[in-house]
Write a protein that binds this ligand. Structure first.
Ligand SMILES: [Zn+2]
Ligand SMILES: [Zn+2]
Length: 153
């Protein structure tokens, strides 16, 4: 777990706290790799604005053909935080400490697309024979005349 302690910063006169971390999320979900966060907290007249960019890779499979896919994810966080909590709960603050792993994990999960494809025109698997139609054609639907599934008119 990785915490960013902002108690000293919040008590100080410093206008900006910049940070940049490489983060290991494998304890939460080992599908994530190469995760990093960089950003800053700005003190504007006692209001603390947290802004950061989270990047990471997510290993999964294509929804259509089940080939492995490595997604590049980017999430942007921008919210007002207080020592006890953040305004919209996108940044998790407890007792002046930001739980970076949890915050980053939540941001990356929210940035996952609802449909994951290896390429925009993935042809998927044949529902009859299970072949990956990106790699080879099968004869189930578009095949030769003696294929039992082709109905001649
Ligand atoms: Zn695919
Ligand atoms: Zn087939």
């Amino acid at each position: 777990m990785l915490f960013l302690d902002i108690n000293d910063f919040m008590k100080s006169d410093e206008p900006v706290l910049a940070f940049d971390f490489a983060v290991d999320l494998s304890q939460l979900d080992d599908a994530f790799s190469a995760v990093s966060i960089s950003g800053k907290i700005k003190n504007v007249a006692g209001v603390f604005r947290f802004s950061a960019t989270v990047q990471g890779q997510y290993a999964t499979v294509c929804d259509r053909c089940l080939d492995p896919v490595l997604l590049d994810l980017t999430a942007v966080l921008d919210t007002v935080i207080a020592p006890e909590r953040s305004e919209d709960d996108s940044v998790i603050v407890t007792d002046g400490r930001i739980d970076l792993c949890r915050t980053i994990y939540d941001a990356l999960v929210l940035s996952l697309p609802s449909k994951i494809l290896c390429c925009p025109d993935c042809r998927g698997l044949c529902s009859m024979c299970g072949r990956n139609l990106n790699d080879e054609n099968c004869e189930c639907f578009h095949g030769t005349a003696d294929s039992p599934l082709v109905v001649s008119e």
